[in-house]
Design a protein around this ligand. Structure first.
Ligand code: HEC
Length: 262
């Protein structure tokens, strides 16, 4: 939902604008380093109501659209092809229940030679069985698939796996300035190595408080694309599993300056 909605960047965390949930909106552009313009489409029934469950399933897990077009992997199908197929079924069932929003899709486009290369990226899924709670590291890894994409530097829009979770990926904010993802490896100087599990959990849970109202953000003020408010709904067990998993990943020393205004 953080990609397939119009986000209100004048509020902290860019919460989805009223009535835009699933209607598409975020564009991943050349100025962010992408080899083209990629538009997150309308996945409400207005946009995909005439897609079969199978067509949605293929797009989500293999990156091939209803019309046979390859999707750019900023749509995380390479990750979604490695989860439990039951979870994909649940996601499809859920998006069928979204309010239909009448909004037409823009066509994504790739620059040469990426307009050819993109066709080589879709991949047959390799589903796994969801790990059981007892295996905390495996559960945490399962829940962290969305974290890696933002928290890893990328080249031409594709992450550099050796730098996983060490942060420093740039995001130009519509209200001005550049926010960079944090180093969430356990390096004690530049990452979250000195964070206790409680501190980690509280960082997320502070946004779950019913009194939480996102602050107004003015031009060139710090804002973040980290979907804090959405992740605040994770259970303490889930956050604890993510913490335990992150503790097991390779430590990388990488100092990130969180926010700068040019
Ligand atoms: C859409 C991109 C995006 C996703 C997805 C994302 N993050 Fe972030 N995250 C960021 C950015 C950018 C920052 C830096 C700005 C901030 O602190 O809000 C950040 C900050 C953080 C911080 C704060 C670190 C510090 O030093 O203050 C933690 C912890 C964190 N993310 C963990 C996670 C975890 C765990 C997940 C997955 C469950 C995740 N993030 C998913 C973009 C993302």
């Amino acid at each position: 939902m953080d990609c397939h909605a119009e986000r209100d960047w004048n509020k902290f965390g860019g919460p989805p604008k009223e009535g835009s949930l699933g209607a598409g909106g975020e564009t991943f552009e050349r100025k962010w380093g992408f080899p083209g313009e990629y538009y997150a489409g309308n996945i409400t029934p207005y946009g995909v109501g005439d897609w079969t469950d199978g067509e949605l399933f293929r797009a989500i897990t293999s990156g091939v659209s209803k019309n046979g077009r390859a999707l750019f992997p900023v749509m995380p199908y390479l990750y979604f092809g490695k989860i439990d197929r039951e979870d994909v079924y649940s996601v499809i069932a859920y998006i069928r229940t979204l309010d239909p929003v009448e909004k037409e899709n823009l066509e994504s486009e790739s620059d040469f030679p990426f307009d050819f290369i993109i066709n080589t990226i879709p991949k047959k899924p390799e589903f796994i069985t969801k790990p059981v709670n007892a295996d905390k590291i495996a559960c945490g890894e399962y829940l962290s698939i969305g974290c890696m994409e933002c928290h890893t530097q990328a080249k031409k829009g594709r992450i550099i796996p050796e730098l996983a979770y060490s942060g420093g990926r740039d995001y130009i904010l519509p209200t001005g300035g550049v926010v960079r993802s944090s180093n969430i490896t356990f390096d004690s100087e530049t990452g979250i190595g000195i964070w206790s599990e409680d501190v980690f959990i509280q960082k997320f849970k502070q946004y779950a408080d019913s009194n939480f109202v996102p602050l107004e953000i003015g031009p060139n003020e710090f804002n973040t694309i980290m979907p804090w408010a959405m992740y605040a709904g994770l259970t303490i067990e889930d956050l604890s599993a993510i913490y335990t998993y992150l503790k097991s990943v390779k430590i990388i020393n990488n100092k990130v300056v969180k926010f700068t205004v040019e």
